[in-house]
Each structure stands twice: as structure tokens, then as C-alpha cells.
Design a protein around this ligand. Structure first.
Ligand SMILES: [Zn+2]
Length: 340
């Protein structure tokens, strides 16, 4: 039966940022998400995450799509560009403002650092400032620069309708739900990393939804897009595992389904950090697709193949399915917000 005539129970996606061509590290995530979708008999989508337009490189999106195609990784539907979906993000933000989850913030980075310093707190090692909540009680006549999500309100508990793969919303104004759990505390099960948890309020604080430059934050765009595209399974690099609790929290407050997550091993540069353009990642050479695919497969623990890319992919799909199974790790959204 053609794919379009089935109701897919699995939808996966690869979501590259067009800040440059694919490199060896990004192919690992692309290959893993493609294999997972194929092993599950599901759909595989590509979404160009160009929401942070100043960082995007013109033409990189088309080049990435050509690199994927050269490796035999073709999406089952035309790609989606985040830069064309601003109206949808605007709606989601309006809903969050309506429901009391989002508030305007006037603080500059310097003011946030000063406020933290006054409390005797030093910024985290990677320079991410845990927002101290300065503007929760209003702007006091100053102009809004950004919009933030409150993490100091108890996270609502949702009842998951497994058959429908969507949460039954207990109450629209979920912050008043009586059976709520710890403030900003998110727990989820990663198919590879196992049980994960984070107190978003402590680790990140009230995070930005819409930036001072008017652009929507990555976290909001991803959550809205995954829901709009019916994504059931997110398979991506482990460097993004740390973003998952913020995204799960947003799914809760927007009453959207929580997908299953599988975070793949990273390819590291000579400095031990995730391979990136900054530490010398070369653009992926797809003139020899099987060589590029074999290198990515090795990171995923899959044995090298001879022959064509499509032969190799067919073998790996079986091996991937045997190892990870479709849906191993429970139904989407399971265990997402239990208090330990
Ligand atoms: Zn503020």
C-alpha cells in the first residue's frame, strides 16, 4: 500500500539547522532517525530549522537536502521551513500568554548577570544564565524585549490517551489543575539513555520563547512543529538531550503530545567536544555515499557494508529494528512527569 494511504502510527523527523553543510556528526542523527522510521514502517520527514535566521547560511538548506539525497535518505513529504511558520508560533505564544504561562521580560543579558551576582550566584560554566524571574511581577513601565515561560508554576499532570496518542487535557487553564506535580520538574524516558530528569526551574529558569530580536526561540518552534507534523519519535544527537525537559514542559503547558525520544551518540572533535564547524568539522563528502554512511553507521554500532547505499540501508534497517525495536520504551509521553 502506498505510504500516503496508510495512517502512520510512527512519524519521525530529521531537523537540520542550515548554518552550513551536513558534517559527519549530523549524518549520524539523520541516519539514525531514518533507520528508526523505516524499521517502524513509518514516515520520515525533514524540517529545516532556520528559525534563527541570522545564523543561517544562504543555500545551505538546499545543499543539505542534496547531501541527504546522495546518501539515499529522502523524506516522505516535502521539507518544511521554520522561517515560514511564524504565524503558527505566534498563535502558540498567544495561547501561553492567555493561559498565564508566558510573560514579557525587559532584562538585558547584563542586567540578568547583575541580578544573579547580587544574589551571590555565578553564571553556569557554559555561560547560560538561569533567569532570576525579575519580570514575573511586571515590567514597571519599561518596554518588553522578550517573552519567557514561567517555570515556577506546578506542571500539570495529563492523562495520556495511548490509543489516540494524545493527551486528554484536564483543564485548559492547567496551572489551576489540582493534581499537579513538582514545580518545573520533568522526567522522561530516553530510549537509549534511560530515565532522565531535570528541574527546569533550577537548571534553566524561565526560558525565552520569543527573543529580544523578535525571533521565536528554538524550543517553542520545535515543540509546535513536532506537534503540527504529528511527530511520534524524535531521534537526534545527544547534545540536544538537555533541551528535552524544556520541550516536554512546553508540550505540557500547550496540551500537546510528548513524543518518544532517542538521543544518539555524538561524533567528537579533537578537543573532545561535539563535532561542529567551530572545532574543524568538514562538510560531509557525499561523492562516496557508502563511505559516508559506513562512518555514520559505525557511531551507531552498526557494522560496515559493501555495495550500494541502498543495499547497506536495507541491512541496517533490519539490524536497527532488532536492536531498538519500534516503540521500545513505552508509549509516547509515558513517564514524563512523575515525581521521584
Ligand atoms: Zn526580565
Amino acid at each position: 500500500m502506498p505510504l500516503s494511504q496508510r495512517t502512520p502510527t510512527y512519524t519521525g523527523r530529521f531537523a537540520p539547522s542550515p548554518t552550513g553543510p551536513l558534517h559527519a556528526g549530523s549524518l549520524v542523527a539523520a541516519l539514525a532517525s531514518w533507520l528508526d522510521a523505516r524499521a517502524a514502517g513509518g514516515r520520515w520527514l525533514v524540517r529545516i530549522e532556520d528559525v534563527d535566521t541570522p545564523r543561517c547560511v544562504p543555500g545551505a538548506d538546499r545543499f543539505i537536502l542534496s547531501q541527504l539525497a546522495a546518501c539515499g535518505l529522502a523524506p516522505d513529504a516535502p521539507p518544511v521551513w521554520q522561517s515560514q511558520r511564524t504565524a503558527t508560533y505566534e498563535q502558540a505564544l498567544a495561547q501561553l500568554i492567555d493561559d498565564g504561562w508566558a510573560y514579557p521580560c525587559r532584562c538585558t543579558r547584563k542586567e540578568i548577570a547583575l541580578a544573579l551576582g547580587a544574589r551571590g550566584e555565578t553564571p553556569a560554566r557554559h555561560g547560560e544564565l538561569v533567569y532570576p524571574g525579575t519580570c514575573r511581577d511586571g515590567l514597571h513601565g519599561r518596554t518588553a524585549r522578550a517573552w519567557r515561560l514561567r517555570t515556577d508554576i506546578p506542571v500539570p499532570v495529563r492523562v495520556l490517551d495511548v490509543e489516540q496518542n494524545r493527551p486528554s487535557v484536564l483543564a485548559k487553564r492547567t496551572k489551576f489543575a489540582t493534581n499537579s506535580v513538582a514545580t518545573g520538574f520533568i522526567r522522561w524516558t530516553d530510549r537509549r539513555l534511560g530515565e532522565q530528569q531535570q528541574n527546569v526551574a533550577q537548571a534553566v529558569g524561565d526560558f525565552v520563547l520569543k527573543r529580544a530580536d523578535g525571533l521565536f526561540a528554538y524550543q517553542l518552534a520545535v515543540v509546535v512543529d513536532d506537534a503540527t507534523q504529528g511527530v511520534t519519535d524524535v531521534v537526534r544527537g545527544e547534545d540536544l538531550a538537555d533541551n528535552t525537559p524544556r520541550q516536554v514542559l512546553l508540550q505540557h503547558v500547550l496540551a500537546l503530545p510528548t513524543p518518544r525520544y532517542l538521543h544518539t551518540p555524538l561524533v567528537r572533535g579533537a578537543d573532545g567536544e561535539k563535532l561542529s564547524k567551530q572545532n574543524g568539522a568538514q562538510a560531509l563528502d557525499t561523492t562516496d555515499p557508502i563511505a559516508a554512511l559506513n562512518a555514520a553507521a559505525a557511531v551507531l554500532g552498526l557494522p560496515p557494508q559493501l555495495g550500494t547505499a541502498s543495499d547497506a540501508l536495507a541491512v541496517w534497517v533490519l539490524q536497527w529494528g532488532a536492536r531498538w525495536g519500534a516503540g521500545r520504551g513505552g508509549p509516547p509521553g509515558a513517564l514524563y512527569n512523575r515525581v521521584p
